[in-house]
Design a protein. Sequence first.
Length: 283
Amino acid sequence: MFDTLLDIFLDAFVDCAKLVPFIFAVYLLIEYLEHHSSNKLGNALKKMGPFGPVGASVLGAVPQCGFSVMASNLFSGRLITVGTLIAVYISTSDEAIPILISEPKLISKLWLLILIKVLTGIFAGLIVDFIVRLLHKENKEEPFKELCSHCDCEHHSVLHSAIHHTVQITLFIFIVNLLLGGFMEFAGEKTVSKVLMTDSFFQPFIAAIIGFIPNCAASVVLTQLYVSEVLSFGSLVAGLCTGAGVGLLVLFRTNKHLKQNFAIVGILYVFAVTAGIITRALT
């Protein structure tokens, strides 16, 4: 039992350690922009235009674990649009890539998976931003205001403020990862397999819910189940499209508009399930 708990602790610690450079880098950027009062640059980042989701979706496909975290912080700082954020979440690449690479017979599926996630991210991001503009719901909030409303950042140096935010977020992520790691360890892959209802029409719906678990274990389990032919390729797409890592976790921690956060979760789920069902029908 002690060895198992130690492994859970070490996994959570390593996962957090991988994210620290990304978290620190984005807060350093945000604090620099705020402290140096670069309203022009802030507005330029905020108004990336209709093609923001395109670039964001392509960048999100790069195999790394921190881009969704960076996007969440930038959105909370009102520097990118909600469509750009969703594009990043959907296209974000994760542990599925090395697992599929290790299976030579599935290399073609890997490229197809990345392509579907990127195209879904672009489509979803553009649609969401278009609807937001159509409804005149653009966020008029001043950049950085929500992100730094309670931390007194303006009275400290850029480095001090960036470290302060980084430590807060990292500790929060570590605690959640610790709890989720324990759950995944003791629940087991067999339990998840049963929940997914092999060959059921509802499998993409369930897989997309599991994908929301903000821990690398979720994407690992989904991919392993696909390799083991328990999960369909369409369901894998659905699960990995909602699998934004700890990006959503950071969003709920940094963005105080809960209704907005839950709306983003709902939109993400709808596009993920839709992509999974269409993929399942065509492959």
